[in-house]
Design a protein around this ligand. Structure first.
Ligand SMILES: Cc1cc2nc3c(=O)[nH]c(=O)nc-3n(C[C@H](O)[C@H](O)[C@H](O)COP(=O)(O)O)c2cc1C
Length: 190
């Protein structure tokens, strides 16, 4: 069982990464393999090959976690662009009912709107959103600040354990996915 974690910060190993690592550790403790993908730059997020490779990894995974720093009370622009490209390149049948979650790191405020923004991609793709024991956010300007945010780290660990539980429960349930209806699209013109 595998979970893909995406770091939407341009900074590879700072606050968002520290939070994602805490989730990864909890997942690993529960026997789930993890892979953290660093987006790095806007160019990469718009690169067909890179996005398609991540899309295949996500399709074949059992869960997806996306982390973002808060930029102007929103997710980073490059993560927004990446998510738009990713979701449009994924086979929606493979995303449907795959557990997902968003976490955010902020210096001070704006986390909830950033989390809402990314969770909407999951709602669009029929992905159940995994929650934790409190709002899924940490605080800091640098990695060492997040290491001191004991409440934030506990929220991350709880999220990891909750996702592991959900993935394992889905696997043993062995219930067929709901029948997919032929899509009806109305656009309210005429
Ligand atoms: C361009 C920019 C905009 C930011 N806007 C906000 C903001 O609106 N609210 C906030 O609390 N922190 C803001 N920050 C701070 C970062 O969200 C915060 O330091 C975050 O933990 C950095 O994560 P990282 O170390 O993974 O990059 C901003 C930082 C940058 C560079």
């Amino acid at each position: 069982m595998d979970v893909i974690l995406i770091n939407g910060s341009p900074r590879e190993k700072q606050c968002t990464y520290t939070a994602l690592m805490e989730i990864a550790k909890a997942l690993n403790e529960d026997g789930i393999n993890t892979q953290i993908i660093h987006l790095g730059s806007a160019e990469k997020c718009n690169d067909n090959l890179f996005v398609s490779n991540v899309a295949r990894l996500v399709e074949n995974s059992d869960g997806l976690i996306v982390g973002t720093p808060v930029y102007y009370s929103a997710a980073t622009g490059m993560l927004s662009m990446f998510m738009t490209n990713l979701i449009s390149r994924c086979d929606k049948l493979k995303l449907a009912l795959k557990p997902a979650a968003t976490i955010a790191s902020a210096r001070r405020a704006g986390s909830i709107s950033a989390i809402d923004q990314i969770n909407k991609f999951f709602m669009y793709a029929q992905m159940p959103i995994v929650s934790s024991n409190y709002w899924p956010m940490v605080y800091g300007l640098k990695a060492s600040d997040v290491e001191k945010d004991l409440e934030g780290l506990q929220i991350m660990r709880t999220l990891g354990h909750n996702m592991a539980w959900m993935i394992k429960s889905f696997a043993i349930a062995k219930v067929d996915k709901p029948v997919v209806e032929k899509l009806i699209r109305t656009n309210f013109i005429d």
